[in-house]
Ligand binder design. Sequence first.
Ligand SMILES: Nc1ncnc2c1ncn2[C@@H]1O[C@H](COP(=O)(O)OP(=O)(O)OP(=O)(O)O)[C@@H](O)[C@H]1O
Ligand SMILES: [Mg+2]
Length: 315
Amino acid sequence: MSTAVLTDPKTKIRVSQSSAPQPIIQMREVCKGFGSGVTRNEVLTNINLNVREGEFLAIVGFSGSGKSTFMKLLAGLETIDSGTLTMDGQTITGPNPERGLVFQNYSLLPWLTVRGNIALSVNSVFRKWGRGERADHVEKFIEMVGLTHAAHRRPHELSGGMRQRVSLARTLAMKPKVLLLDEPLSALDAMTRSVLQEEILKIWEEERQTCVMITNDVDEAILVADRIVPLNPGPNASLGPAFTVELDRPRKSSELNHSDAFKGLRNAVTNYLVAVRQKSREDEAATTTAPKVELPDLEPLAMKLPHVSSLTAAK
Ligand SMILES: Nc1ncnc2c1ncn2[C@@H]1O[C@H](COP(=O)(O)OP(=O)(O)OP(=O)(O)O)[C@@H](O)[C@H]1O
Ligand SMILES: [Mg+2]
């Protein structure tokens, strides 16, 4: 971050001005849990995070640690229990097309075609546009994700990778200020995943919108992100230290594999995740209060089942 010292023309007072962009999203001491009483599950505790405008941030963490819960808070689909959560200084109180979420499980409308699914979102966000302009916009995003040939198909006629593309195109077409990606590629095979990773990266490099992506794949996080923040294992999951990714862009996964900086960062993030998981297991074992029960040393008198007739006689 660089700091410029300027002189205010009216007061002649020298003021310093940071050139770092203001955070677009701010989370302060955010906590979120579900349920009440003995079934209460404290999922996220004391989450503090600034997301800078135009930044690509990756959150990495283990299954069940609260990643989707975290994303739903950012999307406004869940509300925080305590703390503050703002976008552009305004409290996030509900969903808004400015924050576009791509779900882990595609969630397309099964009765609409590829084109219909994307058009539904476009028509709801860009109501003031003319019909032709909206239609062109839909086609542009269908083409961007390489699905022009399948635009007339319904979700059940698509592969998993194609469905994920529709989901991505639908959200991108709404031109959200902040793109929220909740493990958008986790259900895909390695080849399709790698193609889509590079597509997401290409789109982001063109648009440079703020992007928060959840992933359980450290390599993927390094490929796409400016900064990687681990989510420690739950319950009471909090964020770990941020790892800055200083690799030049544009990045290609085939080239990164040979980079020492990439390998070093991968080791650092992976070692951190392994260490926090180990610690969380040890803590869990130490706090398990179930008493140790001594079992009596019993042996059955006879291993044979009683004869059926003797059971009937006993009745
Ligand atoms: N609506 C809800 N009501 C009750 N509990 C919930 C709810 N949503 C999530 N949870 C619980 O919160 C915890 C974290 O769930 P979450 O889906 O955020 O994890 P995750 O890290 O996204 O997992 P995965 O990697 O499997 O997608 C889990 O114990 C889950 O059961
Ligand atoms: Mg999840």
